[in-house]
Ligand binder design. Structure first.
Ligand code: ARG
Length: 577
């Protein structure tokens, strides 16, 4: 096992049991990295109160029973009763060697779960906005991470492909013709198509009437209407897939499970909730009232599952998502990567589902709340004219700006190579910016900052991998051939090796907390530890063959971890930069 925190936890627990009695062997000794030693355990402090003894005495008893000679070079007690633990250099080196040899790079394998993950979820014939960009990027990173951990990940793209706007959209499509340039806008500039339909709807009574009748026909399953509806969805798919390809995310058509997927389930949901006495009619609408959900002036806020006109709601569909994910996809854990403003919606849906018996206690539901992306003015990102930003234009601009950076740094490369690098750097920068901040905080979209070659940015980490590759190129050998053995003597070697041990535990933590920014922070730390190492320890010019072999192996392990780490985040690492 390569995780020092876990190894030390087990050893201290055994000592707690031996010193204080078996019932204490399950106490969490709280092992934390420390500036006074590699790690510090503060178990004695918490236990002393319970035992009515002096913390330092408790610590001394524990240390007396502690068997860590193979792991620690030094054990001491400091302050009020902290246990200081300093690892042996050879233990660190051996564990770093294990990481290098392990295809999973020290990543533990948690019990395999079925995890449907709902992310991206743009709306048909509408522009994807920066909020969709962020759920797409964060959701995809989580899907990749959970898959790497060994879970069975089931991607669910809950696109908005149903509802009243489709009446007007279909009528507009019929007027312009499915093969017209106007219809093509759905693939390239969907808001322009949507606006045109909207304008007709507002301007012409006749058109509005047809649009309304079209909604009725759609809901009644009229085959002709369904055919046109499908044409619209297919045009939108072209647009979504272009964005996904540009963003390099893993979503495919097979992952589409839009709102319309659940049409046949909605009546049954309403009937069952009524029969179980969970839903009641209020002002003509079928509602679920839940304790603790109140709006202004303490008025109860219902989850409306059937409107007074008989139409179903967003919440009804989401009740159906829960049922399908539990009953058909056999979910152990259901993840929704959706904007933070929908938090209350999901709490109400889940509580209703629990009461209805559709969501068993042992199935966990999680809302990974996505915070807003802001413009420089601190408001939701928009164009200067106040229109919402076209996502493709934003991504094109990222690549264009990256092209300039690459052109400055690598005038020696040919155009095609530079263009390929610029794509990976530009897109990587945008994605990494979304990932490196806590997913529920707002952040300001700033091209200059995300493309900077220093700081916790995508390009900085990409550059770190490219620089390591160039070391190997210069040395005339492949990273795979650098097999060690790893030994550490210099402080910078030791620090780098110790940091390498953190990859697996960090990935495991991201799988639990669903917080990709933890992995970003780790990779940034690792790249910095490598920089200090490389400044202080000659690699190719090491004066001893064994030292050179060890340093090359540390360098290779760093490369593997950085590339794999960026990979599970969905960020590419160009071979050169
Ligand atoms: N289409 C919705 C939107 O654009 C997001 C759907 C999220 N997923 C869900 N199961 N409700 O806001």
């Amino acid at each position: 096992m390569a995780d020092p925190q876990e190894v030390l936890t087990q050893r201290v627990q055994s000592a707690l049991g031996a010193a204080l009695g078996a019932e204490y062997a399950a106490t969490d000794p709280v092992i934390r990295p420390s500036q006074f030693a590699d790690y510090q355990a503060n178990a004695a402090l918490a236990l002393a109160k319970r035992l009515g003894r002096k913390p330092r005495d408790v610590a001394a008893d524990v240390v007396a029973r502690l068997e860590v000679d193979d792991v620690c070079r030094e054990v001491g007690i400091s302050g009020p009763g902290f246990i200081n633990l300093t690892l042996r250099d050879d233990w660190i080196a051996d564990r770093a060697q294990d990481v290098l040899a392990d295809p999973r790079l020290g990543t533990p394998e948690p019990p395999r779960q079925n995890i449907p993950i709902d992310y991206s979820a743009p709306n048909v014939a509408k522009e994807m906005h920066v909020g969709h960009l962020r759920t797409t990027v964060v959701g995809d990173a989580l899907a990749r991470t959970l898959e790497f951990l060994g879970h069975n990940v089931i991607r669910q793209n809950h696109i908005g492909d149903w509802g009243t706007p489709f009446g007007m959209l279909i009528e507009h499509l019929l007027e312009v013709g499915a093969d017209s340039p106007e219809a093509d806008l759905v693939k390239t500039d969907p808001n322009a198509f949507y606006q045109a339909a909207r304008e007709k709807f507002d301007a012409s009574e006749d058109f509005a009437g047809r649009a309304r009748r079209r909604v009725v026909a759609l809901q009644a399953g009229d085959p002709d209407t369904l055919r046109h509806w499908r044409e619209l969805v297919d045009l939108s798919k072209v647009y979504f897939n272009r964005v996904y390809a540009t963003l390099d995310v893993t979503l495919t058509d097979a992952d589409l499970a839009g709102e319309s997927t659940y049409n046949d389930a909605l009546a049954g949901i309403c009937d069952e909730l009524s029969a179980k006495g969970i839903a009641e009619v209020s002002e003509g609408a079928l509602c679920v009232f839940l304790d603790g959900f109140t709006g202004r002036e303490g008025k109860p806020v219902p989850l409306i599952i059937r409107k007074s006109d008989g139409g179903y709601n967003y919440g009804t569909t989401d009740l159906a998502t829960v049922r399908r994910r539990v009953e058909e996809l056999h979910a152990d854990r259901i993840v929704y990567v959706v904007g933070a403003p929908q938090a209350m919606h999901f709490r109400m849906v889940w509580e209703t589902a629990r009461r209805a018996g559709w969501l068993p206690e042992d199935v966990e539901t999680v809302h990974v709340q996505i915070g807003n992306v802001l413009g420089e003015d601190g408001k939701i990102l928009r164009t200067r004219s106040g229109r919402s930003i076209r996502l493709m234009a934003l991504l094109d601009e990222a690549v264009e700006r990256a092209t300039k950076v690459v052109a400055e740094n690598r005038p020696d490369l040919d155009d095609a190579t530079r263009a390929a690098i610029a794509r990976e750097v530009g897109i990587g920068a945008v994605k990494y910016a979304d990932l490196s901040v806590a997913h529920d905080t707002e952040y300001v979209f700033d091209f200059d900052r995300m493309l900077a070659l220093n700081g916790n940015t995508g390009p900085y980490l990409q550059y770190a991998t490219a620089r390591i590759r160039s070391i190997f190129r210069k040395g005339g050998l492949a990273p795979e051939d650098a097999t060690g053995p790893i030994a550490v003597t210099e402080p910078a070697e030791r620090a780098l090796a110790l940091t390498l041990l953190g990859f697996g535990p960090t990935v495991a933590k991201v799988g639990e907390t669903l917080e990709p920014h933890r992995l970003c922070a780790y990779l940034f730390d690792l790249a910095q530890a490598f920089t200090s190492f490389y400044e202080q320890c000659p690699v190719l010019k090491a004066d001893d063959d064994a030292v050179r072999a060890s340093r090359l192996a540390l360098t290779a392990a760093t490369l593997n971890v950085l590339v794999r780490g960026l990979g599970v985040l969905g960020v590419r690492a160009p071979e050169q930069m």
